[in-house]
Design a protein around this ligand. Structure first.
Ligand code: ZN
Length: 376
């Protein structure tokens, strides 16, 4: 059965100098409103023991706009300011539900600069998106088309640490489940290979089932390490340090963009080709702490990949099984069930007493699949 989901499409865009200025001002006002409302709510909470509602914060905003010193809030679209109050409301709801810590102030330097526009504050017609208070549409790089007849409900504009502008457009989308298949696959998260599959998928893995990091990854990581070393040598507060910081942010942004792209293709293929996908909950296995950069990037990839598998499985009518108990996936023979005595990390292939020879990672992926199917 087809289902309707909300789906965000993110594109890069290039603002005119006037648009950039208007957006920078809007970001600043939204941040100020958020921080000021947070201050008031904190005061009401600590002094009077009561929590302010969204309606009260909104009334306060109206009052601020009437004062001389905050009259400049009237110069930007009122919608992103209202949305900032809604975000604060959500942050408090999460805090009271013990899902998050106490809301923090937004900082000009450390917080993501963004502004959210709802339906009344933008127009979208014939592939042109125009925001309130702007006289022309945004120059968007449409890297993929919006779904046919899409009705955007929310538009979020942001600028990242590397100075790039993005617009994220939330649309209703209809997703149809894929035809069922009898196939199942287990996935082992590795370090040498990005992941290993219990059975190879053509166009995705090699003949053994290994999915290696994309070719550009190694060069990108080298560049990142070099940029980080350069940054460490720069004097604090200097102009050169600011420049070096921007370089690090740019390299990092490129790595994560390319990685996300790669992971999207990978997870779509895995979900398309298999009815059941079994993965391991890595918090169980991450007993060995390894603080290397390579490891940090692998871990981030894995988390991102798991999220993608979760929602794509749900979209397309597939099943994702997460094995969350620890078991010796590398030492267990997937053919006979015997457990090998020891399995140092440098052993990539081994032979069991039963005569089966195993690639370490493929064997682990097969065990994860078996554990997932048993647990289901
Ligand atoms: Zn065996």
């Amino acid at each position: 059965m087809a289902q309707t989901v909300k789906r965000a499409y993110k594109f890069r865009f290039y603002p005119t100098p006037e648009q950039a200025e208007e957006l920078a001002r809007t970001f600043g006002c939204a941040r100020l409103v958020y921080n000021k409302a947070l201050e008031e709510r904190s005061r009401a909470y600590t002094l009077e023991g009561r929590s302010l509602s969204y309606v009260e914060s909104s009334a306060a905003l109206t009052a601020w706009k009437r004062t001389d010193e905050l009259a400049f809030l009237n110069e930007v679209s009122s919608v992103p300011l209202q949305q900032a109050l809604r975000h604060l409301q959500a942050a408090f709801a999460n805090f009271f539900a013990k899902r998050a810590g106490y809301p923090a102030f937004k900082s000009r330097k450390r917080s993501r600069a963004s502004a959210e526009y709802t339906r009344s504050a933008f127009t979208y017609r014939g592939g042109r998106l125009t925001l309130a208070k702007m006289d022309g549409p945004l120059n968007i790089v449409w890297s993929c088309p919006l779904p046919e007849g899409a009705e955007p409900s929310t538009v979020t504009v942001s600028k990242d640490a590397a100075g790039r502008w993005f617009v994220s457009i939330l649309c209703q989308d209809t997703i149809r489940p894929l035809n069922p298949t009898g196939e199942a696959v287990g996935i082992d998260a590795g370090i040498t290979a990005l992941v290993t599959l219990s059975r190879p998928i053509r166009g995705v893995s090699d003949a053994d089932g290994k999915v290696v990091n994309p070719r550009h990854e190694r060069a990108d990581r080298r560049k990142l390490a070099r940029a980080q070393r350069a940054l460490a040598r720069k004097e604090k507060g200097s102009a050169n340090r600011r420049k070096a910081k921007l370089t690090v942010a740019r390299v990092y942004a490129r790595i994560s963009d390319r990685r996300r792209d790669f992971l999207h293709k990978l997870t779509t293929s895995i979900v398309r080709e298999n009815q059941t996908v079994a993965i391991e909950d890595l918090t169980v296995r991450n007993l060995v702490k390894n603080r290397s950069l390579a490891r940090a990037i692998s871990d981030a990839s894995w988390r991102e990949m798991r999220t993608m598998l979760e929602y794509k499985a749900q979209w397309y009518g597939r099943e994702l099984v997460v094995v969350d108990r620890w078991f010796p996936s590398s030492k267990l023979c997937s053919a006979c069930g015997a457990i090998a005595q020891s399995m140092p990390l440098n052993v990539r292939e081994w032979e069991c007493a039963c005569g089966a020879t195993h690639d370490r990672d493929v064997n682990a992926a097969k065990n994860i699949l078996a554990a997932g199917l048993a647990e289901r």
